[in-house]
Design a protein around this ligand. Sequence first.
Ligand code: 3H9
Length: 719
Amino acid sequence: MARYELVKRSVALITLTNPPVNALSSPVRHAIANSMERALSDPKVRAVVICGENGRFCGGADIREFAGPLRGPPLIPVLEAIEAGDKPVVAAIEGMALGGGFELALFCHYRIAQSKARLGLPEVTLGILPAAGGTQRLPRLIGIPAALEMITTGRHISAQEALKLGIVDQVTDQNACETALEFALKAVGKPLSPRRVSTLTTPCPPDLDALLEAATMQVKKKTPGVMAPLACIQAVRAAATMPYSKGMKRESELMATLFNSGQARALQYCFFAQRTAGKWTLPSGAQWNNSKPREIRSAAVIGLGTMGRGIVVSLARVGISVIAVESEKKLLENGRQMVIGMLERDAKRRGVSASLNLLKFTLSLQDLKDVDLVIEAVFEDMALKKRVFQELSKVCRPGTLLCTNTSGLDVDALAGVTDRPHLVAGMHFFSPAHVMKLLEVVCGPRSSSETIATAMSLGKKMGKVSVAVGNCPGFVGNRMLKPYLDQATFLLEEGATPEQIDKALEDFGFAMGVFRMSDLAGLDVGWRVRKESGLTGPDVDPKNPPRKRQGRRYCPIPDMVCEQGRFGQKTGRGWYKYDKPGDTNAKPDPLIQNLLETYRSRYGIQPRNISDQEIIERCLFVLANEGFRILEDGMAARPEDIDVIYLFGYAFPRHRGGPMFYASMVGLERVLERLEHYHQAHPDVPHLEPSALLKKLVACGSPPVQQWREHIKTMRSHL
Ligand code: 3H9
């Protein structure tokens, strides 16, 4: 777990050897303690260098150990022995020094960083704080404002920034370990006291209170209800106002309040869920680690609407040449200008030059004959998409992969009109596609493992969090969204207001409630889909009861809102009113109040007081219930995949872990009981009927979310 060598006859080189990120697991802490003891007691050793194997210094504490009781030596005494020693210790930072890894470096007397290394204290993103002295040592080294920013955001910084801030002593383009060995020899004999960060006085700004207050306001605004950033601020205050030893005590007290919190569990679950989600499997046995993706050098995007433009930008900025296709000259020209503008702004922000030379714009599908992959992003209309796929099948060379950016149509039906169904898959981007991190890769029953491997790997290359899902209406994300939106409108019928529902969801942690979000997205899209599927509009049988469709409860209020030309922010009116079209400041609208009151009295609905708890339960338990059905149907491989989809595609609050994790935290038994209760009250809402999988899990004693997969195994898989 750590290799000990004597090099240059007088330097002890301690190499952490715990792949893949040299996390500070119990055996590693043990090995560091033993190695330091050996180095300090060996008279031949005059200096020590600590580095990590495989070009990675250290990724911090072993997060997997957080779930169990502490085993092995605690980290802080191990690190204190490094600082207290009478021989200079140099950290040779290659790759990354994060969390406890960064703290380890802060206990060393000197730090040398390779120029590509990244450093940071990301603990806050895991719901905890840097509790191996990070909150007390970093402010002493670089001052309160810079330390506060790094600790409360968890931002990783470059080696160059670390040098500028005074965190590292030298940055090298060479091997950091070699440089550190030379450096260590030169440090021998120099006084160590000024190099011990614990002895430094924190430079305290005169406006400390105002600074901390401003930071508090900022984190409350950015991450309302999240505990860890606030605890970080309190710990940094201790660094400014208390002696080191007392500050360390305060840090440890604050850590104790966070460590076992539900938020920390949720955020750590998210960390692993995000990494698990990339590990896809198909029923054939093909999976992420036995299927080879194709290399994609050239791609085409068909349709330059909002989605198509974002997809072109996502491809071009990772160096893939793109042919963008539109059906009319005017649309093509408009799309070209938008894409170029987006790429130029994006490049400016990232400080690189825009890759405009990779782009080609055309009106002709014939130009696509040699591309490696096509992503169709035309209007959401099956007949149109089928025509495009038939055409592509004729035009593209036989090996070209054909993908569709549909948000819910049948991918296999599209595959069926081509000459290569095995090379067809869905790539469902989220709007705006160059910003949103989620990509649902839709595996049709005929999609080959190579096709899925390629779509997943292309997603990763574009910086997306890619999740493989099965081919069912709405796939995973949008399939779950429908019952959630339905509950919100049913609650309106029963007496709630859009403001009340939004506030309950925002207090829960969503950045925007469902109605504010719908206003932002545009209400006309859903209205068109409902009209096309015969739920509203002239196709509805006049004998049909207005609040029922196919025997199920239906709420026509969203249709009524659209009939008034209220399409959301873009028209300046939606569920809320805005000062002008395009404005974002949502204000309650008395006209909507009126509409709701008239509606209720027309249908004889007596409005009742609805509690926030009912809003949360009905909206979120129904969301999870559909998630259970998706798992039952084999359309998602695991609950983690569903949670990742909701975290990255629908802004589910990360400190709640995602809908499935949230359900497990509430307790499956309680979720089942509440769903049964609400279903009894609303028997015409089938989505409220508890799913078979939920019942099965409760019958098995409500195992933790990580074990659900074993219970799902016996069910049918489309993945
Ligand atoms: C801490 O340090 C607390 C202390 O302040 C105080 C203690 C008293 N532990 O991300 P990747 C796994 S809290 C365990 O795909 P990359 C990861 O799950 C910690 N496992 O690679 C994955 O496993 P698998 C503060 C870890 O190259 C594999 O390594 N540190 C840890 O894209 C590869 O990971 C952090 O928050 C860990 N610490 O990115 C840093 N880190 O192959 C967390 C990774 O089975 N880590 N794994 O799926 C990261 O941000 C990224 O992993 C890193 C590498 C940037 C290091």
